[in-house]
Every structure is written in C-alpha cells, then in structure tokens.
Design a protein around this ligand. Structure first.
Ligand SMILES: NC(=O)c1ccc[n+]([C@@H]2O[C@H](COP(=O)([O-])OP(=O)(O)OC[C@H]3O[C@@H](n4cnc5c(N)ncnc54)[C@H](O)[C@@H]3O)[C@@H](O)[C@H]2O)c1
Length: 318
C-alpha cells in the first residue's frame, strides 16, 4: 500500500508511520512541523530499506493538491490538526482554518489523486460534548453536541467525510480517539497530563492536580490507537468508531500508578491540589464495542504498562 500520513511528524502520526513502514508499506508524510518534529521520524528516516518521503507542507497549501496527484496515495491517514482545545477557544478562526479548511484541502487532494480511503483522527473526548455521566461509556449513537471550537471542527470534518462518500465515492473511517498517551506525546494534547506528570516526577518533583483528582478520562495507549488506524485501512467503511478503553481512570489513580512505577514513596510524593479548572469535563469514557465488531480491535495495554513505557521514554531524553 502507498499511504500518506498528514501530521506524520506528530505524536500519534509518527507512531503510525513506524508501524506502516514496519509492515512494508510505502509512506509519504505531510507535516508543517508546527507541533511535530523530525526527531519523531528519526527511525523512519534512518532505515534505507524504507520507502519513505517527508514533505514539509501546510495542509492548507495549494501545493498539496499537486503533491497528492503526483504521489497518488491509496490510503490517506489524516491526522494533521491544530490539536489543542484551549488554542481553539482562544483562536477559533485559526482552529477552523487548519482543522476544517485544511481537512477539505486534504479531501480534495484525495479526490484528485484517486485515493481509495481516508482514515480520519476525530476526537471522542470533544465531539459528544459534555454528556450526562449516566450515558458513560459513550456509544457512537450519542448525540454530537461539541462545546469547544475544536470539537466543532472535528465533528464538521466527520460530516464532510459522509458527504464526500456520497458525492464522490471516497471511502472513509473516522476514529473518535479517547485520551491518547505514550512516548513522544506532547503535554498540550488531550492526554497531556501523562506527559506533565512524567516530566515532573522524573525530576523528583510532586505534581499539582486541579480539583480533587476525581475527574476521569479514558486513557488509551498510542500503540493500540495506531493498531486501529492500520486496521481501518481496509475495514469499517463509512463508520465513526470510538477508540478508547471504555474504562474511566481518575487523574489521582493515574498519578498514583506513575508514582508506583517509579518506586517512589506515595506519601512523600502525594499530589498538591489546586482549585478545579472552570469548564473542565468531569468524567469521560468511550465504549469501543463497535470498533471490536468492525475492526476486530481492542485495547490491550493497561495503564501500569503504558505509563511505565512513557516514563522510560522521558527518562531516556535529556
Ligand atoms: N492526542 C490525543 O489524545 C488525541 C485525542 C483525540 C484526537 N486526536 C487527534 O489526533 C491527531 C494527532 O494528534 P497528536 O496528539 O499526535 O497531535 P500532534 O500535535 O503531535 O500532531 C499533529 C501534527 O499535525 C501537524 N500539523 C498541525 N497543523 C498542520 C498544518 N496546517 N499542516 C500540516 N501539518 C500540520 C503538527 O506539526 C503535528 O506534527 C490530531 O488530529 C488530533 O486532533 C488526538
């Protein structure tokens, strides 16, 4: 398969690139390096046997259409995005420009290139909005009522994917990702708390938790997420699928697991608490059953193993 990964220099995108190359696929990456880095692609670039090309390009650029028509990717994994919810609140026009108009440019490129399928990174933590906790873990049938510009932009691209499938026969799968964590992750992303805790704990510093730490998230490990992307290349056409664990983990539980992984004294390292942040979602979890049925996918990495890998990765970096 010849694949194109937008956002391939980012946290999830670069992990997907490594997986696709390991499976012997040819991979083009389009990334403007606004958040990602070439360091994330060091392994991909180092191996001479890989059919790999990096293109430093903004997905909003006119040159994208030309590039895609030349490279003719069979499958486009579209992960490039302004991925910070807080930035979307401060700069909604910028968010829409990258996440909606940029995505449309990618879809137009896919159409011109005769691409068979687009696999899109949507956001299960934001497209459903702030639902009643009794609905957790959320299914894909949950009404979509995003409450952030980022959630609106991710949801809108989901609508465009349906329209392009109808209008142009361009197949898609949209993956509604939960809070993805793992090596290479950025502290500003949706599971940024794992990177923040790792950074501080490795310096021997206690961490601050906003509120009582009872707020929950669905933390899903990056290798598991990438497995879902790879499977979606030729399965689950026309569907939105939740990619999460279905399990709520509180921020306090996460913190304790990381303290334990470092064999630190839990009393000595007890978290400090700051006032809860206004507007923060209290609970979150996604039901992954549909991905189980249509992709044969399930998450297999438990929090203790996943967080240990993150700590090891951060510890190895200066
Ligand atoms: N990390 C999570 O928990 C999470 C959860 C839900 C959805 N997602 C989505 O998954 C995707 C990947 O997220 P990530 O955590 O790896 O984020 P990331 O910021 O590491 O990756 C995004 C990549 O897109 C690139 N990019 C940004 N704007 C661009 C533009 N205009 N043109 C070209 N490239 C551009 C960045 O340089 C970066 O390499 C994003 O679409 C994000 O919205 C992530």
């Amino acid at each position: 398969m010849r694949a194109l990964v937008t956002g391939g220099a980012g946290f999830i995108g670069s992990t997907l690139v490594d997986r696709l190359l390991a499976e012997g696929h040819a991979v083009d990456v389009v990334d403007d390096l606004s958040a990602g880095s070439l360091g994330n692609l060091a392994d991909a670039r180092a191996n001479q046997d890989h059919d790999f090309t990096f293109h430093r390009l903004d997905i909003r650029s006119d040159a994208l259409l030309d590039l895609m028509t030349r490279r003719r990717p069979e499958v486009v994994f579209h992960l490039a995005a302004q991925a910070d919810v807080r930035v979307s609140v401060q700069r909604p026009v910028f968010d829409a420009d990258v996440n909606i108009l940029g995505s449309l440019n990618v879809l137009e490129g896919a159409r011109a290139a005769g691409t068979r399928k687009v696999v899109f990174a949507s956001s299960g933590g934001t497209i459903y909005g702030d639902p009643d906790p009794s609905d957790l873990p959320l299914k894909e049938s949950q009404p979509h009522r995003p409450v952030s510009p980022y959630g609106v932009s991710k949801n809108t691209v989901g609508d465009y994917l349906v329209a392009y499938r109808e209008l142009h026969g361009l197949e898609f799968t949209a993956l509604a990702l939960a809070n993805v964590y793992g090596p290479r992750q950025d502290p500003h992303g949706e599971a940024g708390v794992v990177a923040i805790f790792a950074g501080r704990l490795l310096k021997g510093e206690r961490c601050t938790i906003f509120g009582d730490g009872g707020q929950t998230r669905d933390f899903v490990y990056v290798d598991d997420v990438v497995d879902a992307f790879a499977r979606a290349a030729d399965k689950a056409g026309g569907l939105l699928l939740n990619i999460g664990t279905g399990v709520e983990t509180s921020v306090l539980e996460l913190y304790r697991a990381m303290v334990e992984a470092l064999s630190m004294d839990p009393d000595e390292m007890a978290a400090e608490h700051a006032p809860a942040r206004v507007g923060e979602l209290q609970r979150s979890a996604l039901d992954p059953s549909r991905a189980g049925i249509h992709l044969g996918w399930k998450p297999w990495t438990e929090i203790p193993d996943g967080t240990r890998n993150v700590l090891r990765w951060f510890a190895d970096r200066p």
